[in-house]
Design a protein around this ligand. Structure first.
Ligand SMILES: *[C@@H]1O[C@H](CO)[C@@H](O)[C@H](O)[C@H]1NC(C)=O
Ligand SMILES: *[C@@H]1O[C@H](CO)[C@@H](O)[C@H](O)[C@H]1NC(C)=O
Ligand SMILES: *[C@@H]1O[C@H](CO)[C@@H](O)[C@H](O)[C@H]1NC(C)=O
Ligand SMILES: *[C@@H]1O[C@H](CO)[C@@H](O)[C@H](O)[C@H]1NC(C)=O
Ligand SMILES: *[C@@H]1O[C@H](CO)[C@@H](O)[C@H](O)[C@H]1NC(C)=O
Ligand SMILES: *[C@@H]1O[C@H](CO)[C@@H](O)[C@H](O)[C@H]1NC(C)=O
Length: 393
């Protein structure tokens, strides 16, 4: 990095921080935002079917056929960013030549699906692998599982993506966040022509960040920043230590094959991972909702809904729940304040959407809001926008 680049990076950081301080204050809890409309709603998300009876190599063809151009545009944006960090183009060479060698060590069916996506889109294999790694590293989010007074469980989440990925000074937006929205799709995964689970995905990514297995459980994943964090595990994986699992592959396997809330919880608690993570899991009956705080090897803590203690919801952003959030990134307190104000009597898709629409729970990184109801298997996704004044994260 030469000095003008360093200076530019520092300047960007400074203006982003300043914007954060100016606009980061929390606002009054929103009301009457649902059904979504107005300037914070950028459109619905289209449904696709992925047939699990089809070979992995071709099962994403339908999605990719529609989203090829958007995928190419996103990968182009990632390349521009990579080249601005390491101008020689060496980073992309490494991706194109090095990463394909890793495919063989990815588990079935993910290896074949990724190969298929590369073939169907024409995007080089290494770049599709990079795209699949990206989500494991750069997502910050808010997730909540709540139980109403009838024992119904709701699960909502904001997916915030693209932190520090190309801040645009003119219109105050993040380059990758903008590119990502057109890639959002809802997927109905079927086997024997019946739904196994549904998810909100990004076309080209084979893991799962947000999903529901109708009648059984709902699941979202949030990033957990940690000293022994994602980078260490991912580096180890590249260097040949392959006994940890990608987080998004585990959530996908759980949604595809776990048979109950308890089974899902067991797998999410015990499987060795490449990086720390939070899993937010909702079940299908009273008391079944938890936040699993993971290290790479085990669960540090499982925090559950406990009605007797007045805990009718569990809410997770990107900090361990027993510790204070980072002072410049407190989305937890405003979200909890609005949940508390809503009360258990009034929790529903409508009020959950209100909570997830309150700044800074809604911020410049927010790509989509998803609402899920386990009993009906309903999953709704809304693309989001956060017009100024709005916090950058
Ligand atoms: C901001 O500007 C960039 C580049 O001009 C554009 O691609 C992007 O869509 C804009 N974003 C918003 C939210 O207006
Ligand atoms: C799949 O299910 C749909 C409705 O659930 C039905 O219309 C269709 O005929 C079924 N297709 C096959 C191949 O069984
Ligand atoms: C789920 O289980 C089936 C049957 O054992 C297996 O073929 C499939 O690969 C599994 N799915 C995932 C994502 O691991
Ligand atoms: C809840 O999940 C269990 C499996 O843990 C299943 O047996 C039961 O039928 C489900 N209940 C409902 C109401 O779907
Ligand atoms: C919300 O309510 C819970 C449970 O009563 C309490 O522990 C928490 O401090 C409250 N949070 C806020 C921000 O009001
Ligand atoms: C919540 O529900 C209670 C009782 O069901 C009702 O009195 C109150 O007005 C509701 N509050 C809101 C904000 O809708």
């Amino acid at each position: 990095m030469n000095s003008s680049r360093l200076c530019c990076a520092i300047w960007t950081l400074f203006t982003v921080l300043l914007t954060g301080c100016l606009y980061g204050q929390t606002e009054e809890c929103k009301t009457s935002m649902y059904p979504p409309k107005g300037p914070t709603f950028k459109g619905s998300v289209q449904w696709y079917t992925v047939n699990l009876d089809e070979p992995p190599v071709t099962r994403w063809d339908g999605v990719i056929k529609d989203k090829k151009n958007e995928l190419v545009a996103m990968i182009q944006a990632i390349k521009v960013l990579a080249n601005s960090l390491v101008p020689s183009g060496k980073l992309i060479d490494l991706v194109d030549n090095g990463l394909p060698l890793m495919l063989g060590s990815m588990p079935y069916p993910f290896n074949e699906e990724i190969q298929g996506i590369s073939t169907a889109s024409g995007v080089p294999l290494g770049e599709v692998i990079l795209f699949n790694i990206f989500y494991e590293v750069f997502t910050v989010c808010t997730s909540v599982v709540a139980e109403d007074t009838h024992g119904n469980l709701y699960h909502g989440r904001n997916l915030d993506f693209g932190l520090l990925m190309g801040w645009n000074h003119k219109n105050h937006s993040w380059a990758l966040t903008d590119k990502l929205k057109p890639l959002a799709v809802n997927i109905d995964f079927k086997r024997n022509n019946v739904t196994v689970f549904k998810s909100t995905n990004f076309a080209g990514y084979v893991g799962i960040l947000t999903g529901v297995r109708p009648k059984l459980f709902t699941l979202t994943m949030n990033e957990r920043f940690n000293f022994d964090g994602g980078y260490v595990g991912i580096l180890e994986w590249i260097l040949g230590n392959r006994d940890g699992m990608w987080m998004g592959f585990l959530t996908r396997s759980v949604l595809e094959n776990a048979t109950s809330y308890e089974d899902a919880k067991k797998q999410l608690t015990h499987t060795k991972l490449l990086a720390p993570a939070y899993f937010i899991l909702g079940g299908n009956q009273t008391g079944q909702g938890c936040v699993i705080t993971r290290t790479r090897v085990n669960a540090l803590d499982v925090w559950e809904i406990e009605l007797k203690l007045g805990r009718w919801y569990v809410l997770e952003t990107n900090y361990d729940h027993w510790e204070k959030p980072f002072i410049l990134d407190d989305r937890r307190t405003p979200a909890m304040r609005c949940m508390n104000k809503t009360t258990q009597n009034n929790i529903s898709f409508k009020t959950l959407y209100d909570v997830l629409s309150t700044k800074p729970v809604l911020n410049k990184l927010t790509t989509y809001t998803t609402l899920m109801e386990v009993s009906t298997g309903k999953l709704e996704t809304f693309l989001r926008e956060c017009p100024d004044p709005c916090s950058p994260w």
